[in-house]
Design a protein around this ligand. Structure first.
Ligand code: F6R
Length: 638
């Protein structure tokens, strides 16, 4: 029995491996060309910084030697170390790692190597059977120096290299067959000093090149190609690309040489600036009157009181046939999904549910030809959402993506896509993408309602309210000083309850998540009516309640709930519409906001929630507001 057969046998017999350490949400960058390799790679890594990471590294070939430099912490630390080492590289692969399991230290940073330091690998994704492979290789006396799954790839390829007579492509092809899980990798080998080998399975990897192929760039995120005009293609389904100057050869998983379709990417140099704001988050909060307008731009027909979407490839007949909608998303995008589901059911009268993507795919969901799946993702790279999309597609569903990042995986997986056009969201904590998602969902609801029972006048009325939102948000932003003052007062507390009813419950969910993410304080959100069913036991004078009272339909009931809390000495901060004077008798503090219809009150209340979280984080001295600890912008593991 060959070694491969043995491993295959183990794979078949395996039950459940425990994944102890792996790397995720990471960023890959690679370069072959005539320019300064180090500078280009560092610039590429910096473009990936927004994703969140905790260590970084680079490896390349010089004079037939494999040389590397790695650090824990940020890219500027790597830059300094590179300078100190006087590093020079001809070709290189580089990486930002976001640790999920295992320490974010220098040892676990990528690239990873085989014992002989003959090859280096950078990797995104998870090798699910790495423990079994590691045991197998350890039994062959191969010594491992990190806890990562990625080192298994390096050691496995190195172990097989001789067997395939030093044919790097064949070795990688055969070795990848033994891996379970998802991956995008870039690999260099000192025997092949001019080659970078790239491969991908269920994890994005883009390759960009200039016309004469004198320059080739690799990245897990085409955002890193900013500043280069390139022909770009993506690897998928175990495809392997052999890249060297002037030559790009791409093979299918059946070893067939193929020509990949490319698209032109005009990577105009783009520098991200805080434009005078202390943080990208604050800048992005203040951008919202404009980003909401951008989400509406070109998608509205006032004459017909409806919405149009250029990117929507479903015909009116197809849309009219939809009887059931499932919206899938994660985190903040799921909060938008929750609002979208309420809107679609309330206004368009279509049975709609919002499903958390990581749960959805294990539910054996009921999908018929009358079902539409809407997948919402700012990044378009969230693994949970993408897996849910694949599950829905396997059941024959039509997929509509709502996404901010062009060319992201979701935009390729969905049958049709509507873009947010919110511009890059640099702060890891999402703000403007959320309000743009709600804008698109409001417009989509309008379209679906008009295709059903909404009259032209109903549509026009809704549109006129929606068009007022940017102005209303400006009025809330003008209250920044007032909100800051109140936030400072509340920054002495360690725990918070956020409550609201109907559309305001989503405001609570989102406001509480913002506070948790950037201030590291405990915040829990409840539909206001639920408190008396248990959580009220926790109420005392040290547990402030932030109450969103901007839903007219449930306003009186919310006031009753606040009375119950006041009786138990909870400090109360209410966010209420300008005319809600009754609240003055109940709440300790009030932030009055402009009136709008119930369905759209989520917009102004969200801005208050964002500013409240930001100001509390500042007040308690949190430094890393744009890149909160433990968080990543694109969550590319399940
Ligand atoms: C919170 C936040 C996350 C994301 C979630 C989904 O501020 O940013 O909760 O919303 O990880 O990300 P996307 O929308 O990129 O799929």
């Amino acid at each position: 029995m060959s070694n491969f057969d043995k491993i295959n046998l183990i794979l078949k017999l395996e039950k459940k491996e425990e994944i102890l350490y792996h790397n995720a949400m990471c960023g890959i960058f690679g370069y072959i060309g005539e320019k300064n390799t180090l500078q280009i790679c560092l610039k590429g890594l910096k473009q990936l910084e927004y994703r969140g990471y905790d260590s970084a590294g680079i490896a390349g070939i010089k004079n037939n030697n494999l040389i590397f430099c790695k650090t824990s912490g940020k890219i500027f630390a790597l830059e300094k170390k590179i300078e100190k080492q006087n590093l020079e590289l001809d070709i290189a692969i580089a990486h930002t790692r976001w640790a999920t399991h295992g320490k974010p230290d220098e040892k676990n940073a990528h690239p990873h190597f085989d014992t002989h330091l003959s090859l280096g690998v950078v990797h995104n994704g998870i090798i699910e059977n790495y423990a079994i492979l590691k045991d197998f290789l350890k039994n062959k006396n191969i010594k491992f120096s990190t806890e990562t799954d990625t080192e298994v790839i390096a050691q496995l390829i190195s172990y097989n290299y001789e067997k395939y007579k030093n044919n790097l492509y064949l070795t990688v092809h055969e070795s990848l067959k033994l891996l379970k899980g998802s991956f995008a990798i870039a690999l260099i080998h000192k025997d092949h000093p001019n080659i970078i080998l790239a491969a991908a399975r269920e994890s994005p990897l883009a390759i960009g090149f200039i016309d004469n192929k004198n320059e080739i760039l690799i990245s897990s995120d085409p955002n890193a190609f900013i500043g280069h005009n390139l022909n770009v293609f993506y690897l998928r389904n175990d495809e392997i690309a052999l890249l060297s100057k002037k030559s790009i050869k791409t093979y299918t998983n059946q070893k067939k040489l193929i020509e990949k379709k490319t698209s032109l990417l005009e990577g105009k140099n783009q520098t991200f600036s805080k434009e005078g704001f202390d943080h990208f988050l604050l800048k992005e909060i203040f951008e919202q009157p404009i980003t909401i307008q951008k989400a509406m731009l070109g998608n509205i027909s006032e004459d017909f009181g409806t919405a149009y979407f250029e990117g929507l490839k479903f015909s009116s007949t197809e849309l009219m046939a939809i009887k059931h909608i499932i919206i899938i998303a994660c985190g903040t995008s799921w909060h938008a999904a929750y609002i979208g589901a309420s809107l679609l059911e309330d206004k368009a009268r279509i049975l709609t549910t919002a499903e958390i993507a990581s749960e959805f795919r294990f539910k054996n969901p009921i999908i018929s030809e009358e079902t539409l799946i809407i997948a919402i993702s700012q990044s378009g790279e969230t693994a949970d959402t993408l897996s849910a999309v694949k599950e829905a597609k396997a059941k024959g569903a039509k997929i509509l993506g709502i996404c901010n990042v062009k060319n992201s995986t979701l935009t390729r997986e969905a049958h049709s896509c509507i873009y947010l056009n919110a511009g890059p969201e640099i702060s890891v904590c999402s703000s403007k993408a959320f309000t743009s998602q709600i804008t698109i969902l409001s417009l989509f609801t309008l379209l679906m309602a008009r295709l059903r029972h909404f009259t032209k006048e109903d549509g026009q009325k809704f549109l006129s309210e929606l068009k007022k939102i940017p102005k209303i948000i400006n009025q809330v932003l003008e209250k920044q000083k007032e909100i800051k003052k109140i936030s400072i007062k509340y920054s002495k507390y360690k725990n918070f309850f956020f409550i609201g009813r109907k559309y305001m419950y989503a405001s609570c969910l989102e406001a509480a998540l913002k506070l948790k993410e950037i201030s590291y304080l405990n915040a829990t959100s409840y539909p206001a009516g639920e408190l008396k069913h248990g959580p009220i036991a926790l109420i005392n004078k040290n547990l402030p309640v932030i109450a969103f009272c901007s839903n007219k339909q449930t306003y009186d009931k919310t006031l009753n709930n606040l009375m119950e809390l006041k009786a138990r000495e909870a400090p109360i901060l209410a966010i209420a519409p300008n005319n809600a004077k009754e609240i003055l008798q109940i709440a300790d503090d009030i932030i009055f906001i402009p009136n709008t219809i119930d369905e759209l009150a989520i917009f102004p209340t969200t801005i208050v929630g964002q500013l409240f979280a930001y100001n509390i984080a500042k007040a308690i001295g949190i430094k890393d507001i744009d890149q909160p600890r433990n968080l990543a912008k694109s969550v590319t593991v399940e």
